[in-house]
Design a protein around this ligand. Structure first.
Ligand code: UDP
Ligand code: MG
Length: 320
């Protein structure tokens, strides 16, 4: 199989308004970087707008464009996985469809890769334009918290926008997990990985496809996928409560010995409420892990492909 020098992989969900511009800018950037030896892999993640139609039309006019239509919305990380499975390039650029990450940085990222002998060049957000204060604060907090509790050092303020070599990608593709936090998984594989600072732009069109619910799920996948600290926390809380209850038993016994009648409703309720809350919380945390264990154990395919437009050079079968 002849590999193109470069694959650009883009997960797309309801991005009809961005696709044309995206295609133009990526094509120009790729052409400037490697000449015509590249492919663009667009993954339609079950969009409900006209994204797939637009992709088909674009692929008719461009032999370097491969469009993949997933059977339904599988979520950003799985859509991206599909693209990474099916792309064929020697170097792989991952980029979002909304042009928040400028494709024009490709040339500089390749230069960084070459000059530093790196396998992964990951783009670090210096600035995030056009995003809500809420998103900026939660994201900043999230990456710092994750850094504290995980054993794998995952770079701060880094999305999936990155350039990888084929050997790094193949290493990444050997990780089979269902709950995928791709930026963490890439950090886990090791090899030489170097940061590339950049300013994140505003979305070209449309709105964020990451509402709060998806953000929380994404964060939970990251935490449970890369750390067992919450489980350890559960046992620490258990230990602490055991100590506290020993003191309480002592206190009750002394009260009983000296015949002090305890009115005690307030303290009783406090203990019931606090213990109940802590137990529920800890159970919930254990449940998060258990649920993921269950999903893993089913060993379902990560995604299913419905249609392909354009040539698929990649080695993987279509996810089945
Ligand atoms: N995306 C996707 N499937 C989804 C949600 C998002 O493929 O279920 C894509 C989306 O089209 C975009 C990328 O993932 O290319 C990042 O999403 P978005 O820009 O909405 O996230 P944000 O930048 O707001 O964090
Ligand atoms: Mg975006």
């Amino acid at each position: 199989m002849k590999r193109p020098k470069l694959s650009v992989v883009v997960p797309c969900y309801n991005e009809e308004a961005c696709l044309e511009m995206l295609h133009g800018r990526i094509s120009a950037a790729a052409q400037a970087a490697v000449g015509s030896d590249y492919e663009i892999v667009l993954i339609n993640d079950g969009s409900r707008d006209a994204s797939w139609k637009v992709m088909q039309r674009l692929s008719e006019g461009d032999p370097r464009l491969v469009a993949i239509n997933l059977s339904r919305n599988h979520g950003h990380q799985l859509a991206l996985t599909a693209g990474l499975d099916l792309c064929a390039g020697d170097e792989i650029l991952i980029i979002d469809a909304d042009l928040q990450d400028p494709p024009e940085l490709l040339t500089d990222m390749r230069a960084a890769m070459k000059s530093q002998g790196a396998d992964v060049v990951y783009a670090v957000r210096r600035k995030r334009d056009g995003e809500t204060i809420f998103k900026k604060i939660t994201a900043a907090f999230f990456y710092r918290m994750l850094d504290r509790i995980t054993d794998t050092p995952i770079p701060l303020d880094t999305g999936d926008f990155r350039l990888m070599t084929r050997r790094a990608l193949d290493a990444f593709l050997s990780l089979p997990e269902q709950a995928r936090f791709i930026r963490g998984m890439v950090a886990w594989i090791g090899f030489k990985q170097v940061p590339f600072p950049y300013d994140r732009h505003e979305r070209h069109a449309g709105e964020s496809k990451y509402p709060l619910g998806k953000m929380i799920r994404f964060a939970l996948d990251a935490i449970t996928g890369f750390s067992t600290a919450p489980l350890r926390f559960a046992s620490h809380v258990g230990l602490l409560l055991t100590g506290a209850s020993a003191l309480l038993v002592l206190y009750i016994l002394i009260g009983w010995l000296f015949g002090a009648a305890i009115p005690g409703w307030t303290s009783l309720m406090l203990v019931v409420v606090v213990l109940g809350a802590v137990q529920m919380f800890v159970l919930g945390m254990i449940g998060e892990y258990l649920g993921r264990l269950y999903v893993e154990s089913k060993r379902r395919p990560l995604y299913l492909v419905a249609d392909v437009a354009g040539p698929v050079l990649g080695h993987a079968s279509l996810g089945y």
